[in-house]
Structures are given as structure tokens and as C-alpha cells.
Write a protein that binds this ligand. Structure first.
Ligand SMILES: *Cc1c(COP(=O)(O)O)cnc(C)c1O
Length: 353
């Protein structure tokens, strides 16, 4: 039976990226050696790292003055690296969910944090003022757990920092609006193990305290992500995914497909009388679609989970902290998979009528 992979992360990747990685694990770039066993300093792997950087710059149209680096530690380590490298005294954070909350927890170890938040995480707060005396303003563009998303690159008078772990490459981004963009790769790009950061060079070097070598962005920029051994396999897979995005017509073409997938599912959630969405309509994520059974049908929650998995629909259980259902519609997920979920929802509704 065909599996439809809705996992939130690690998550679906283009089949071509998986196949090319398998090939490279057997024989990397015609060397007769496995990607798992070749020196990261071999010319063949140095070329892969360079390609990762150049495809990032090309596909996201990154202006001059920015560096792209690949490191370990996940987005969770970036929660500490960002304040370590950028915070002199004070920063502002938009708290829109669990990941923002975790970022704030780390930032508080480095200085004062002005937290902007709504009454809950079912929407993105609007019309807030960002204090002008902060070193930077941090946002999470896509809230993977709650299913809200900021899809507009807005102007900000202070340096804007964004965690884009779960929506990078899902749409064109105006990188010039940001001072720093980072994310774990395991949502839309690669297997777990590599983290990317797009850094505007002029924001570095302003803090007075010392920064440990491995936690200093400058180290990785100066050494082109080769200060220590990088996660070679995920970097290789990321390059394959980026090539696939290019073949698909780039991020603008990918965004159109993503919007079509999200609309198909949200339309069904709104139409089907068993289900409802959990977030404000204008803030709905096109990457992670969260929904629950309406109160009068709540008792069927487990049953729908089983109904879906019997149809090859995998990974739609909501995050353990919020319950319900979450379907992640990352770039590599095909419209056909969303259609299979919609059909299951329709059949389940008929069964319960
Ligand atoms: C998954 C996720 C993280 C955590 O990433 P790790 O690489 O596991 O540290 C952080 N932020 C967002 C928005 C995420 O989706």
C-alpha cells in the first residue's frame, strides 16, 4: 500500500533526494568510496558544501553581504547562539508557540527579553510595537506545533531574526528584510543533523563578551562550515533536495503547489461537519495543518486515527502537547496524498452519518 507521509519532522523528502543519497552511500561521486567514509576535506565533498551554499543563495535570491553556514546542534542550539552572538543587553521576541517559548528561555540567560504574545497560540498577534532599543527582534515564521504562520516579510527597524525551521523553501523570502534566518533541516530539506544559518555579516562582532569558538557564527563563516567535521550525509541530501526544488521551477513554483495543497485540506476541514480547524483563518499555516473533531464527535478521535492509518496515511497525530490531528504538507508531499486524506475524511463522515 502506498504510504502518505504527513510527519512533522523528520519528514517527507523528495524521492530523488533519498535515491541519490543511497547511491552516494554506496559510491560517492565516482570515487568508489561511500559518502559515509570519505574525508570531508576531499575535493569531492568540499564541492558538495560549496554547492549547498550556492544553491541556498540562488534559490532564495540572497543578496550580497550575507553568509550561509551549515552546523550541527539543531535549531535548538540556535536558540542560544543567536543571543550569544547578537545580544548586548536586550532583545524582543514574538512568542507564537512552543518553539518561540524555548528560544525565549535561552535568550533570558543573556539579557533582558521583551516578550510580545497574544492571549493564546491560536493566532499571530497583530499591530504590536517592537521596542526600538533592542539589539534584535526574533520571530518564528511557522509554528510547527500550533499550525500558524507568518508568510509576509515585514519591515522592522531593528535587526530581524527568524526561525524558519519548518517553512524554509516553502515560499520566496525577501532575505533583505532579515538580519539572520536559521533552521533545522529536518522539516523541508534533509534528514536530521544539519542546521542552516543565513547571516548578514554586519550584525556580527558587536558584543563585548567572548563567544566559545564553536558557538561563534564567525568561526563557521570564516571556515566555510568546515571548522570541524560537518554532518556530511545530511548536507549531501540537502543539496539533492535543493536541486529538486530548482527542477520544480524554484520556490515561487513550489509555493503555488503548497498553497493548492493547503487549500484542498482546509476546504475539507471547513466543509466536513466532523472536523474543525484550530487556528485563526488568516494565520493558517500552509505547512502544518492542525484540526480536531468537533466536540459532539470527540469520541471518534482514536477511531479516525486508525481509519486513516489503515489507508496508508501516516503521521497525522497532533503534537503530544496539543492533541487532535496535524497534517504536515511539506514541499515533497504530493497533492495526491492530500487528496487521499480528504477522501478519508469524507468517507469517515459518511460512515458516522
Ligand atoms: C522542529 C523545530 C525546532 C527544533 O529543531 P531541532 O533541530 O530539533 O532543534 C525549532 N523551531 C521550529 C520552528 C521547529 O519546527
Amino acid at each position: 500500500m502506498k504510504k502518505h507521509n504527513f510527519y512533522a519532522g523528520p519528514a517527507i523528502l523528495p524521492q530523488m533526494a533519498i535515491d541519490n543519497t543511497i547511491e552516494a552511500l554506496k559510491d560517492f561521486a565516482g570515487t568508489g568510496i561511500s559518502l559515509a567514509s570519505i574525508s570531508h576535506r576531499s575535493k569531492e565533498f568540499v564541492a558538495v558544501m560549496a554547492e549547498a551554499e550556492s544553491l541556498f543563495k540562488e534559490l532564495l535570491n540572497i543578496p550580497d553581504g550575507y553568509s550561509v553556514i551549515f552546523v550541527g546542534g539543531g535549531a535548538s542550539l540556535q536558540f542560544a547562539m543567536v543571543p550569544f552572538n547578537l545580544m548586548k543587553k536586550k532583545a524582543a521576541y514574538l512568542n507564537t508557540g512552543e518553539w518561540s517559548s524555548k528560544a525565549i528561555k535561552e535568550a533570558k540567560m543573556f539579557g533582558d527579553v521583551v516578550e510580545i504574545r497574544g492571549k493564546d497560540f491560536s493566532y499571530i498577534p497583530k499591530n504590536f510595537d517592537v521596542p526600538q532599543d533592542v539589539d534584535y527582534f526574533h520571530i518564528t515564521t511557522n509554528n510547527t506545533i500550533f499550525g500558524t504562520e507568518i508568510r509576509e516579510d515585514f519591515d522592522c527597524k531593528v535587526p530581524l531574526v527568524a526561525d524558519m525551521s519548518s517553512d524554509i523553501f516553502s515560499r520566496p523570502v525577501d532575505v533583505s528584510k532579515y538580519a539572520l534566518i536559521y533552521g533545522g533541516a529536518q522539516k523541508n530539506l534533509a534528514p536530521a543533523g544539519v542546521t542552516f544559518a543565513i547571516v548578514r555579516n554586519d550584525i556580527l562582532g558587536k558584543v563585548e563578551h567572548k563567544i566559545p569558538t564553536m558557538l561563534n557564527y564567525k568561526t563557521h563563516i570564516d571556515k566555510e562550515s568546515m571548522y570541524n567535521t560537518p554532518p556530511v550525509i545530511p548536507v549531501y541530501t540537502a543539496v539533492q533536495t535543493l536541486k529538486w526544488i530548482k527542477e520544480m521551477g524554484g520556490v515561487a513554483a513550489i509555493e503555488k503547489l503548497n498553497i493548492a495543497k493547503a487549500q484542498l485540506l482546509y476546504n475539507e476541514i471547513d466543509r466536513n461537519k466532523l472536523f474543525r480547524g484550530t487556528v485563526a483563518e488568516e494565520d493558517r499555516s500552509i505547512m502544518n495543518v492542525c484540526f480536531v473533531l468537533n466536540d459532539e464527535f470527540k469520541e471518534f478521535e482514536d477511531e479516525f486515527g486508525k481509519f486513516a492509518s489503515a489507508r496508508g496515511l501516516v503521521g497525522i497525530k497532533g503534537h503530544r502537547s496539543v492533541g487532535g490531528f496535524r497534517a504536515s504538507l511539506y514541499n515533497a508531499l504530493e497533492l495526491e496524498s492530500v487528496q487521499a486524506l480528504v477522501t478519508a475524511m469524507q468517507e469517515f463522515e459518511t460512515q458516522k452519518n
